[in-house]
Design a protein around this ligand. Structure first.
Ligand code: ADP
Ligand code: MG
Length: 323
């Protein structure tokens, strides 16, 4: 099992930021309203994610760290509402790091903790925790030097973690996020007002973006595009400030990046990049988010339709404001 887990780990866990992504998504799936992330050494020596979500029953702690044990597949693979659905993250992490999972099921008398080190399981045993779940990952890739070698500097890994948290935070505006640690200056995103979609976006992307955008809301053959496209004058020197979500899931997709570029082709110099936050929603049957375990890629049944929607909606919004 450990060997298989280590191979799977290469897929799911490329670097500390992918661990953070998986753990934060689990916290969101558990209905957390507050998520705290602490890192040290760029996440290589420590990643700790604490949440106030529903928690895990003591007898399910061993299952949570076993391969393909997921509590989230009730509706089948095509009906993926939660962010996690493969049951691969925790076992993969446990095979390449020292993993501790401490949790208190909502309403339970006490908390329990289970530890995994190089696939060896210790516990569950009683532990102290008021509510929710704390997942601690220490010494990532300590037993896989070949992977350690491919990691970047602490500073670079640390900012990749910040980037992951920023992307997820936009998709969950009602959740409070706190990111702290000796390797960074702290970031806090306070819960944003539900009626004010721009509140969290302003906190993440910048207050000036909130004043320099065109609101989008378009529908084409059942595919919905909502979001905010920056004014052409409000551009950047790189494409880092482009945020895409498909059914609430952060994605980084070549087609979407190129659609956005195409939408601005006539109004922006070629070495400049638009700032945008785009939410695409469609029938889960019309999109495959299962391409890769790390789940950043998507495969649309009809990419031309989605591309046309993005380009069309942004061009229309630009034209409507005389740009
Ligand atoms: P997946 O998210 O794909 O189900 P994971 O390996 O990420 O698989 O997690 C395994 C299981 O552990 C989840 O299905 C869930 O039941 C439980 N779990 C993990 N993290 C949390 C958390 N923060 N709060 C509550 N349950 C959790
Ligand atoms: Mg998960």
């Amino acid at each position: 099992e450990t060997m298989i887990d280590q191979i799977a780990a290469g897929e799911v866990v490329e670097r500390p930021a992918s661990v953070v992504k998986e753990l934060v998504e689990n916290a969101l799936d558990a209905g957390a309203r507050r998520i705290e992330i602490v890192t040290a050494g760029g996440g290589k020596s420590l990643i700790r994610v604490s949440d106030d979500g529903s928690g895990i029953p003591a007898d399910e702690l061993p299952l949570a760290i076993r391969r393909h044990c997921t509590s989230k597949l009730d509706g089948g693979l095509s009906d993926i509402r939660t962010l996690g659905f493969r049951g691969e993250a925790l076992p993969s992490i446990g095979s390449v790091a020292r993993l501790s999972l401490k949790s208190r099921l909502m309403g339970a008398d006490g908390a329990h903790e289970i530890r995994v080190e190089s696939g060896r399981i210790d516990g569950p045993r009683p532990a102290a925790l008021g509510r929710g779940t704390v997942v601690e990952v220490r010494d990532l890739f300590h037993a896989v030097p070949a992977r350690l070698k491919f990691l970047k500097s602490d500073r670079a890994e640390s900012s990749a973690i910040t980037e992951v948290v920023r992307r997820i935070a936009i998709a969950a505006p009602a959740v409070r996020f706190e990111l702290a640690g000796a390797d960074r200056s702290p970031t806090v995103f306070e819960p944003a007002d539900d009626d004010n979609a721009l509140g969290r976006i302003a906190a993440v992307v910048g207050a000036d973006f909130a004043k320099n955008n065109l609101a989008l809301d378009a529908l084409r053959e059942g595919v919905r595009l909502e979001g905010f496209a920056g004014l052409p004058t409000f551009n950047r020197g790189n494409a880092l400030h482009q945020y895409f979500y498909v059914n609430g899931r952060p994605v980084r997709d070549k087609m979407l990046l190129s659609a956005l570029r195409g939408a601005y082709a006539d109004v922006m110099a070629r070495d400049r990049h638009p700032v945008a936050v785009l939410f695409i929603s469609l029938d889960p049957d019309l999109v495959d988010v299962n391409v890769h375990p790390a789940k950043a890629d998507v495969r649309f049944r009809d990419p031309g339709l989605v591309r046309g929607l993005v380009v069309g909606a942004i061009r229309e919004a630009l034209a409507a404001s005389g740009l």
